[in-house]
Design a protein around this ligand. Structure first.
Ligand SMILES: [Zn+2]
Length: 293
């Protein structure tokens, strides 16, 4: 199965990042403007990046919008791939994998069965989707354990489970997936008491999977630059980012329109605000300049 994915750009990008000890910004994009802003930032920083969509955005724009995202990402002058985050519902998985089978293929998708009660049930739900995705050349990310919280467009989860590194190899073999999102105290949305991450879990996973399975950090709202860097040093190569760029972008756009700025100028202003936050994160993650490395 792995041979089908030798050319997979997401896996290639993450392997290089892990080796080079930097992180890849996987930025949630909700519309054409944010997709263009991410590409603009990546080209300006000479950085690789991942353009990430939520299932609700895929369901809204379907094949034509995914094709647009693939076109802007793949025609960039730096490596940019397109990923589907947190595909949980069968209708979303069917849509994404069905499109891939018709040739409109994400580079990677997350098959999220972390709502399952046991690892075995998680594997049982994820496995058939992982197999179909791999056949279509799409790399798959899975979550072991369960993250608490919720983001716009995602399920709300209130009973987190930390990842058990001792079970991780069996889980990855069982699902057949190639990217792992661990639960190390990270959560989606706001950290009420501040983030307290189990770096020991991350180090144990990195020791098992270095050079084989890239690790992805979810739940990055409110994280300090230092914590981002510590997670990258301990083995994270994919960093999912949502509100850091989205919130200032929405504010800039709505303020500009409220102030009577002409629509195309407001679009341009907001696009720049989104791009600038992406540029800042690329610097923090150490990926700036790595597209040419
Ligand atoms: Zn997530």
């Amino acid at each position: 199965m792995a041979s089908l994915l030798q050319e997979n750009c997401t896996l290639d990008m993450l392997a290089k990042a892990e080796q080079g000890k930097y992180g890849i910004l996987a930025q949630s994009c909700y519309d054409a403007q944010s997709a263009i802003a991410l590409v603009r930032a990546a080209e300006r920083a000479r950085s690789p990046a991942i353009l990430q969509l939520f299932p609700v955005t895929l369901a809204y724009g379907k094949g034509p919008f995914l094709q647009f995202c693939l076109d802007v990402a793949h025609s960039a002058s730096v490596p940019i791939t397109v990923h589907l985050d947190h595909a949980t519902d069968p209708e979303h998985l069917e849509l994404a994998i069905g499109l891939a089978e018709q040739g409109i293929a994400f580079d990677s998708i997350m098959v999220d069965a972390s709502h399952a009660e046991t690892d075995e049930e998680n594997i049982e739900i994820a496995r058939p989707y992982v197999e179909r995705a791999l056949k279509a050349g799409v790399a798959v990310e899975v979550e072991l354990g369960r993250l608490e919280g919720g983001e716009a467009g995602l399920r709300m989860i209130s009973d987190a489970k930390l990842t058990d590194p001792a079970k991780a190899e069996t889980f990855m073999k069982g699902t057949g997936a190639l990217i792992l999102a661990p639960s190390i105290g990270n959560l989606h949305g706001s950290y009420i008491n501040g983030p307290k991450f189990r770096q020991d879990i991350l180090k144990a996973l990195s020791a098992k999977f270095a050079g084989k399975i890239p690790l992805c950090l979810h739940g990055t709202d409110e994280l300090s630059d230092e914590l981002f860097k510590e997670c990258i040093a301990n083995g994270i190569s994919k960093l999912n980012v949502n509100s850091w760029a989205r919130d200032p972008y929405v504010k800039a756009f709505s303020t500009a329109l409220a102030n009577g700025t002409p629509f195309p100028d407001a679009v341009e202003e907001a696009t720049e605000v989104f791009a600038k936050e992406c540029l800042r994160l690329m610097d923090v993650f150490g990926s700036t300049g790595k597209a040419d490395a």
